[in-house]
Design a protein around this ligand. Sequence first.
Ligand code: GDP
Ligand code: MG
Length: 370
Amino acid sequence: RGTMTVGETAKLLHKDASEVIKKLIMLGVMATINQELDIETIQLLAGDFGVEVEVKIPVEDDRFETMEEVDDEANLKTRPPVVTIMGHVDHGKTTLLDAIRSTNVTGGEAGGITQHIGAYQVEINGKKISFLDTPGHEAFTAMRARGAQVTDMTIIVVAADDGVMPQTVEAVNHAKAANLPIIVAVNKIDKPGSDPDRVKQELTEYGLVPEEWGGDTIFVNVSAKQRMGLEDLLEMILLVAEVNDYKANPDKRARGTVIEAELDKGRGPVARILVQHGTLKVGDAFVAGNCFGRVRAMVNDKGRRLKEAGPSTPVEITGLTEVPLAGDPFMVFEDERKARSIADKRAITQRESDMGANTRVTLDDLFKHI
Ligand code: GDP
Ligand code: MG
């Protein structure tokens, strides 16, 4: 559900497959007859052929993720893992994030102003790790509910003096539901009365069994406050990343997810974006949710201006016409006209679905007719 092959799309549009393929090539998509196309592309094609496909797409389903653009294995390159930190309130998520970030202020960046851009990247032994700076289940849940799959693994922080608490369990459930590798950071081990083994014991009830007890969950004892165990934690993250071998094709138009966005008094709409595929460049025309724009300026988490940003890079961009929502998919198009027309279509779809309006054909109907 959510995709059709080139052949099926051709049939739907009453065109020859070869015409469709030609059009796709003009859109920059190298396609074969059996290639799966996402709704976005199908709509684009329909528009280009002047065919009115009245598709009502429920907004929740209108996602770039459905675009299963198959990358040739040869074009994939290892990318940094994207990590989120979750856990019960006051167990030390913020302290841990801050400690990791400041651990990593390397020579060239020292003195640079750290920007809050919703995410940041650290480098350890020449390898990068991206952290989403949105601890808290709400942000995570909101993004997941919107279909944004932005993270590769999750660190669950549990305070060793407090043990497993309701939001710890919630975090475990979220991570499992999202099929994310989990690393448990047992925090506050500096505190008298802290009992890391109790945390391990308690978590076995939720299926997280440490390696030394025959399970496969990585536990790392840390003290965010005293900066103990941070390197172990980072090394474990790199290990999990290595095992999972996260890859992306950097050599295509960028796609990603909006992490945060706001209206800045001086700069207008500002969006913090995680680039997930391709490379984002200054000047690129894009759609973010129902908004469109052209990347005017791009800075990283160290406040450095970038000309381009590859997979797993968090960046802040200006050049939007409106403020998108956290979790909105972000995608670069070949030109601003295309970006605008897609943003407009989405805005209309959104309005219609907001009003509960019934258009002629629903997406379900569309796929039923194939
Ligand atoms: P969050 O709600 O999970 O983001 O927790 P915070 O990072 O705000 O930390 C909650 C409190 O625990 C703060 O007062 C921190 O200083 C304290 N804290 C965090 N990590 C440690 C630690 O490793 N050891 C000790 N002793 N206190 C910590
Ligand atoms: Mg916090």
